[in-house]
Design a binder for this molecule. Sequence first.
Ligand SMILES: *[C@@H]1O[C@H](CO)[C@@H](O)[C@H](O)[C@H]1NC(C)=O
Ligand SMILES: *[C@@H]1O[C@H](CO)[C@@H](O)[C@H](O)[C@H]1NC(C)=O
Ligand SMILES: *[C@@H]1O[C@H](CO)[C@@H](O)[C@H](O)[C@H]1NC(C)=O
Ligand SMILES: *[C@@H]1O[C@H](CO)[C@@H](O)[C@H](O)[C@H]1NC(C)=O
Length: 492
Amino acid sequence: MAAPPQILFLLLLLFHAPPILANSHQNFDVRRHLSTVTRYHAAKDISDNSYVPSNIPDQCEAIHLNLVGRHGTRAPTKKKMKELDALGTRLEALLENVKEQKSVVFPAWLRGWKSPWTGKHKGGELISEGESELYELGIRVREKFPQLFHEDYHPDIYPIKATQVSRASASAVAFGMGLLSHRGNLGPGRHRAFAVISESRASDVMLRFHDCCQNYKAFRRSQEPSVDKLKEPTLDEITKELVKRWGLNFTRRDVSSLWFLCKQEASLLNKTDQACALFSPSEVGLLEWADDLEVFILKGYGNSLNYRMGVPLLEDVIQSMEQAIKAKEDGLVPGSYEIARLRFAHAETLLPFSCLIGLFLDGHDFDKILREEPLQLPPKPPQKRIWRGSTVAPFAGNNMLVLYSCPANNTSKYFVQVLHNERPTRMAGCGDSDMCPFEVFKERIAAPHLKHNYNDLCSMESAEEMTATNKLWQIFSWIFPANAKKPQKEEL
Ligand SMILES: *[C@@H]1O[C@H](CO)[C@@H](O)[C@H](O)[C@H]1NC(C)=O
Ligand SMILES: *[C@@H]1O[C@H](CO)[C@@H](O)[C@H](O)[C@H]1NC(C)=O
Ligand SMILES: *[C@@H]1O[C@H](CO)[C@@H](O)[C@H](O)[C@H]1NC(C)=O
Ligand SMILES: *[C@@H]1O[C@H](CO)[C@@H](O)[C@H](O)[C@H]1NC(C)=O
């Protein structure tokens, strides 16, 4: 016999389990599950601790360093701030609907909630937490490689490069301030001035290849709808749970905005007891996975163009190593050759670069990449996956490629070690070692990519044509402002 509705209602109330706060679960810290919005210190804690790095023999000496880093923690962009303002209005409406129903037990903060960024006019900049990430990284890099950083600073010996986007160049500055602190005469911190070099946005194929590659932009536009579709079932599943749990009629879009808010609160405000606490740990895990899928498809191993368009950067890295080897062989005097090339850019730079050197792959997948076969998507939790945005490209995430000279080694005189977020990282293309003979690195890991040509991959227009297109676009936007919305997900 079916129970009368009143009893059902009571039962529902009784079994309305106390909300599980995502952050109150033992061993579950939402701050480590924010995909590419994860902060560096949280990401460093979650790197693969089980991996035992190679012992570097005493006879080996670091002779050159390549760094490719992402900017540090940054403020939400203007567009995202607007989304949060809209969420405020939306929450107000949802709460208005349930005014009468006393039984509904949503968290108190939802009432009258306003985005903490309301009234801010500009977004996307490096925030003070991000400055610290890079400043401290600069200090640690100098301390880790005293043999590389004892030379007097010169822009040709330690070139520091950044993109023209302010959060990247500010990151380069913060890093340089750390690296060169107490090396100059400026102020009590004995800072010294240093140069940060940027290419123009329109032609920065080294660090902003994603923005210069027409084919990639077209690919991305074509894929975005299907990526959204792919994420829908996950969002719908969680929306259903949230509606049940909190008695508010959230839509898929609300839930997507609430997840965005959770990521911002947790990473920028260190606040995990509001938006994040609406979700259970397993829901956070699913949302994180959905974000990681998007990153995989649009910026990672999901499509070979995503990383192949990074060939100019990989070429630059190999070329800098060859120069360093030549300087060593020629016995050049210290102070006459480059020792480190330090680059600060975006997730769109770091992710493809990690793919180009075959990180976060097992050997089987590496062979697939060589055969130009697509990889499987990262599997849905609770299945484990290697590909995690929080590890691959957190704020201030970085790869350092250290070139070692090992004159007494039988196998090779030069080795490349890869440090990802400062930890030695296995290279599937080099027998899962983090120390790769330079020849193997060059021939087995880099060469299969370097046979591709950037202009062919991207069918890039010449610089003049590009400027002409931009001019046309400006005129078009001026005549038809309403139509002139450049569709595109934002840059990370
Ligand atoms: C939520 O929506 C359903 C149907 O769309 C409606 O029946 C219900 O009353 C709504 N609940 C609240 C709390 O607004
Ligand atoms: C963030 O909050 C946690 C408590 O949840 C605290 O232990 C930690 O020190 C805070 N971090 C910062 C940078 O404020
Ligand atoms: C040096 O050579 C030995 C023997 O050939 C090898 O086992 C070792 O891994 C090599 N690598 C380094 C970095 O010294
Ligand atoms: C290097 O090669 C020599 C001669 O082939 C051999 O005697 C020696 O043991 C090797 N050293 C290492 C470290 O493998």
